[in-house]
Ligand binder design. Structure first.
Ligand code: TXA
Ligand code: MG
Length: 350
């Protein structure tokens, strides 16, 4: 398949391209487009055949439900029912933005989109291109991250091209995703609501709306055999670059010493090592390819750069990636959730 590629200027959106994309989606095609979290691979959420093509293009397991994206509040009513008051409050506070709510679905949403579940994840993105594409299509858009299943999610157009060129109808480039990690998922079919995936809307922010909201403990731990996760997608190997990732966790000085010690072991075996460091530590490592995620004082930059940095290490063909850890507060919870998964919970405590 010939994939068309266009880059849009967010300050002066090309209306013709948006119109074309809207038609492609409505008619059952697949389009990768920017959102503020990560780039998404979109199809008409109400068209079962179109949604099936998403699973094929990504190589995604069929039991992993998709998130449905809307642009206006009045679209909700035809998609979901029995929306609890707390969900309405959360929407008012955090939509448009990086938050997905799991709600009871109406029959109009095909089983292919919800992977057979009675509930569905709904999100209203804030990215201007995403919003205009949804409006132009006139339909809700089912969109997982626009990567091959298992790989780190793409935060720019080039990574979508790398994974999906030749497999989908169109790839739209816009800004680099501002958040860099996927949306916070909150299950609102239970009371109190429960966070199934941490993201840019942090627990601290959610607790200001309802202090009973909590994070499902299981998501920060290594998945237990036989345990069925509440978000089906959380059980799969995820965010994984080709090289194995090891996290070194503890006091920063000890972390640096331990990472340098491990590097020397690998160098002795003729291996090429990548280190995910921070602005504060990047000059303290030797004999490895060091990339800083950003300053420890700015967790937003760490989250924004995490997936792209993992993919960079793949480009450089390192044999092993060593990463520093981050405190699990605020956005740090989402960062550590993705990092733990990319490392398969391979953590060295110092
Ligand atoms: O930020 C995002 O949410 C991005 C952008 C493109 O909007 N999308 C995204 O989609 O991350 P995806 O497919 O990569 O992740 C969707 C996650 C999966 O872990 C899935 O299991 C969970 O949402 N999920 C979807 N519907 C669900 C449901 N009804 N109940 C529980 N979990 C659900
Ligand atoms: Mg994904």
């Amino acid at each position: 398949m010939n994939t068309k590629i266009d880059i849009l200027d967010t300050k002066n959106l090309d209306k013709d391209v948006i119109f074309t994309i809207g038609n492609i989606i409505r008619d059952g095609g697949l389009v990768a487009f920017p959102t503020e979290t990560v780039y998404g691979l979109g199809a008409n959420a109400l068209d079962s055949e179109a949604v099936k093509k998403i699973f094929v293009a990504k190589g995604r397991p069929q039991d992993n439900p998709l998130i449905v994206h809307i642009a206006e509040f009045n679209e909700l009513d035809r998609l979901v029912q029995n929306v609890p008051d707390i969900a309405k409050k959360l929407m008012k506070c955090f939509w448009p933005g990086p938050m997905t709510l799991i709600l009871e679905k109406k029959p109009i949403i095909p089983d292919t989109t919800s992977a057979g579940l009675k509930s569905i994840g709904i999100r209203m993105p804030s990215d201007i291109i995403a919003r205009e594409i949804i409006k132009s299509s006139g339909v809700p858009i089912a969109a997982p991250s626009a990567n091959i299943s298992g790989k780190p999610s793409p935060t720019d157009m080039e990574r979508c091209v790398e994974d999906l060129n030749g497999k989908i109808d169109y790839i739209i480039g816009g800004e680099t995703s501002k958040v860099g990690l996927e949306s916070t998922i909150i299950d609102c079919t239970v009371n109190p609501p429960c966070v199934l995936r941490p993201g840019g809307i942090t627990l601290e922010m959610l607790k200001k709306v309802d202090e009973k909201i909590y994070i499902d403990k299981a998501i920060m731990e290594k998945p237990k055999e036989n345990l069925k996760p509440k978000a089906p997608g959380m059980k799969y190997r995820h965010y994984a670059p080709k090289a194995p990732v090891k996290i070194v966790k503890g006091e920063l000085k000890k972390t640096i010493a331990k990472i340098n010690e491990i590097v020397q072991n690998y160098i002795g075996q003729g291996k090429k090592v990548g280190i995910m460091a921070t602005d504060e530590t990047k000059d303290l490592y030797n004999d490895a390819l060091v990339i800083s995620l950003g300053s420890r004082k700015d967790l937003n930059s760490i989250g924004k750069n995490l997936f792209e940095t993992l993919r960079c290490f793949d480009d450089k063909e390192v044999d092993i990636i060593l990463s520093e850890a981050f405190d699990e507060i605020g956005f740090g919870v989402a960062i550590m959730n993705r990092l733990n998964k990319s490392a398969g919970f391979n953590i060295i405590d110092v």
